[in-house]
Design a protein around this ligand. Sequence first.
Ligand code: 5AD
Ligand code: SF4
Length: 446
Amino acid sequence: MADPKKLYIKTYGCQMNVYDSERMAEALGGSGYVETSTPDDADMILLNTCHIREKAAEKVYSELGRFKGLKAEKPDLKIGVAGCVAQAEGEEIMRRQPMVDLVVGPQSYHRLPEKEDQVRGGKKALDTDFPAEDKFEVLRKRPKAARGPTAFLTVQEGCDKFCAFCVVPYTRGAEVSRPAERVLAEARELVERGVREITLLGQNVNAYHGEGPAGPNGAGGDWSLARLIWALAEVDGLERIRFTTSHPNDMDNDLIEAHGTCDKLMPYLHLPVQSGSDKVLKAMNRKHTAKSYLRLIERIRAARPDILISGDFIVGFPGETEADFADTMALVEAVRYGQCYSFKYSTRPGTPAAERAQVDESVKADRLARLQALLTDQQRAIQDAMVGQTVKVLFEREGRMPGQMAGKSDHLHAVHVVGEGIGIGDLTPVRITQSGPNSLSGVKAA
Ligand code: 5AD
Ligand code: SF4
């Protein structure tokens, strides 16, 4: 038998890309590829790109430049670009980097084997369609091999919200939900293979409605994320459920209530607000106010008092004044976040805000530093308060130190424990003894 061909995938960006890279590797597994951890011995290199960060496309072009030497040494090497930069740039990629053989957008991964055939035959392949078929169904079924205790599961893709700074509605397309029975079947299969925690993924995951595109008034299909969570909670052997990322306007009553009543739903919620100024929120087309967000947080905390809230912020959005920024700081003070991502606004070609007058770079940098200092203080305070408490930890891997095991608490804190008798996949009570900059450590509780 011929040696298997080697596939090197480099993944950028969000968890959805991590999930997609796994699916692409499986799809190409059917065409005789095995994964390799280095580009040097690869027969195919795939960059699974992200378009969220600044100058994303430029970074992809320079990364591709680094493969020139490899391609010169090995003319049979095929190079592909997948993900959101592929979707946004399309043909332009092959024009600027003629050594690229394959460009494939996120909605077309199930056609990869076919495209691979095409490039092996010496042709170029470009596929940035938004096809009607469910790519996850068409993608080769996962091999039944055992896997680690945690997994991502994409349930929804795309977004209809059109925040003025964001490329997602353009690169991932309109909001589409996967049918619930398919999600449940995939979850059961993951659990059979050893998974005990599933994180449901979607760009706007709480808009989940269970069937195809959203209808004219929002939902199409009679599912909701809450109903999906309750159905998943029935799966024996699945111990923990999480979801990310949510829009405040799609946090319905049932989902809030589930946080209070569903034991398997973990007490952690990523709920980006982006800004605390109503003027900026309006300019961002967020369709909520600072007050409505704070009220929502109150209701969620009433349902689940110990829930850890995380968020995303953008500073220096076009038109943001010092007073607007002060409103953001005040909102952060009011919420008390456990974990946050914060960014300087940067333009994305094709989005409305890119055309507006921009805030000075030095002003942005100064505001970001002040915001991050506050967020870090809050994160540390919440983490430090865990010392002395006993928390449940799902162990995922060995730690860096001898005899150390690493896992995550219900609140998604990284926890390290040194000691005998803990295995990967164990869900074990741990007494927290110490809080470090980015993780907790503790001892196995009796
Ligand atoms: N500039 C800065 N940050 C952005 N994000 C999305 N688009 C931009 C942009 N143009 C941030 C938002 C979003 C997170 C995933 O990335 O905070 O929630
Ligand atoms: Fe982008 Fe999220 Fe806004 Fe959708 S809701 S446009 S994904 S920031």
